[in-house]
Design a protein. Structure first.
Length: 437
């Protein structure tokens, strides 16, 4: 917290008990900003000191917590809310204008943009604190890419031209599938702006790492870089990670192989149909009656009746890097007329090397894979939180540098709240951004 040495002559909490103020105080009490404050104060030195660095910083955090899209609306809120002014650390008995001018905020933001490294350090410190106080934090991670629209127009890179967004460009996502009637469908989503590449803890719904790029940068190209930077910054967290979820946008043999081979992380990645016929199957080498499809379903045909049955998943053998499948008749307790002729009656092993996309350490055909994959929706909830609670659905941010700063501050607030609720003994509220509970 940016501590302000100021006496409280009035207890504004008794006058105006707002859950929002409780939430704001929780953020201020747990945000590791002292290093940043000292750096900004040293930079100012003998410059103008109409408003303290710490009060300015706290008010910017308030603007994000209370979802003010513009400095103008934040200033109006400060003018009407003496309790908020006092918590931020402004001198409410000062002669003249107590609330900073718009130009004062402009100068402060310009100085703040030069300290992205310190702000990133704050984020990483909070991630480490979450790892220490949240049980199992980092065990299950999820990846996703979020489209952030720029509501400015593309303009030429003319020096001093502030009317457009010089950094943003066009991105495109193509979604496809098969409808209930067997017809292929395709949907194309395009946007002008940026892509937020996000790695979160899928159990707690909290950010672990992120980067902001132009919209045209592919998610699968950024994912390995994001994972490696996470290992560099949080080696213990990655060492204890067991699973990583991602949608079909991360379906890549090289990426899936890298997760298991280099990180010992089990990939739970959606799969695209790369086969021409989605209903086709391939014969398992060495067996005349065992087939599999692109989804990883393994089936056997009875040698006597030619009846097709799904084989029973028997687990993963790490030392052999192979999946085990059992005879369905033995696993489920029914008779098979061709059992004594079946080459798979004692079970089979399928090495991951047969197809790294289809066969992963957690079998795609298992209930465990399905349960783990559902955790991926936690990324969508974080994205929704950014839009609804932090104003990214309708924003006025222009430029990649400003966008990265704004996303950083939003995630710092998320993590500060989570740490604060844990310290207060209320873990059920760690995702609470709208209410203080």
């Amino acid at each position: 917290m940016a501590i302000i040495a100021q006496k409280n002559l009035f207890d504004w909490k008794k006058i105006e008990k707002l859950p929002d103020l409780k939430r704001f105080e929780l953020v201020l009490n747990n945000i590791p900003d002292e290093k940043l404050m000292r750096k900004l104060e040293n930079k100012r030195k003998n410059g103008r000191d109409d408003y303290s660095v710490r009060a300015m910083w706290n008010s910017l955090i308030a603007g994000i917590v209370f979802d003010h899209e513009r400095i103008a609306t934040l200033r109006r809120e400060l003018k009407r809310n003496p309790a908020l002014l006092e918590i931020c650390g402004f001198n409410i008995f000062k002669k003249g204008e107590v609330v900073p001018t718009a130009s004062a905020y402009t100068r402060f933001l310009k100085s703040l943009f030069e300290e992205q490294l310190l702000i990133t350090e704050m984020f990483n410190n909070l991630v480490e604190e979450c790892r220490e106080i949240l049980p199992g934090f980092g065990k299950s991670l999820a990846l996703d890419g979020k489209a952030i629209h720029s509501f400015a127009v593309k303009s030429g890179n003319v020096k001093g031209d502030m009317r457009g967004d010089h950094d943003a460009d066009w991105g495109k996502h193509v979604y496809s599938g098969v409808g209930s009637e067997g017809k292929l469908w395709e949907k194309v989503k395009s946007w002008f702006g940026y892509t937020l590449h996000l790695l979160i803890d899928s159990d707690y719904g909290l950010p672990v790492n992120f980067t902001v790029t132009r919209a045209s940068i592919s998610e699968i190209k950024v994912a390995p870089i994001l994972l490696e930077s996470t290992r560099r910054r949080h080696p213990e967290l990655i060492e204890n990670t067991e699973y990583l979820q991602g949608d079909r946008g991360f379906d890549s043999s090289s990426f899936i192989s890298m997760l298991w081979d280099e990180y010992s992380i089990k990939p739970i990645i959606g799969i695209r149909n790369m086969w021409k016929d989605p209903d086709t199957t391939k014969m398992l080498q060495g067996y005349s009656n065992i087939v599999y499809n692109y989804k990883g379903d393994v089936s056997c045909y009875c040698p006597a009746t030619n009846q097709k049955r799904d084989m029973a998943y028997g687990g993963f053998e790490k030392d052999r890097n192979a999946l085990k499948y059992k005879c369905p008749a033995k696993a489920y307790g029914y008779e098979c007329q061709g059992e004594k002729y079946c080459p798979a009656r004692t079970g089979i092993r399928i090495p991951l090397s047969l197809d790294r996309r289809i066969f992963t350490p957690v079998a795609r055909s298992s209930y465990k894979w399905e349960t783990l994959y559902k955790k991926r929706t936690s990324v969508e909830r974080v994205n929704s939180r950014l839009d609804v609670s932090f104003g990214f659905e309708h924003h006025t941010i222009r430029g990649q540098k400003k966008m990265s700063m704004r996303v950083s501050l939003a995630f710092i607030i998320m993590l500060s709240l989570a740490v604060g609720w844990m310290k207060e003994g209320k873990p059920e509220l760690i995702r609470s951004l709208v209410r203080a509970g």
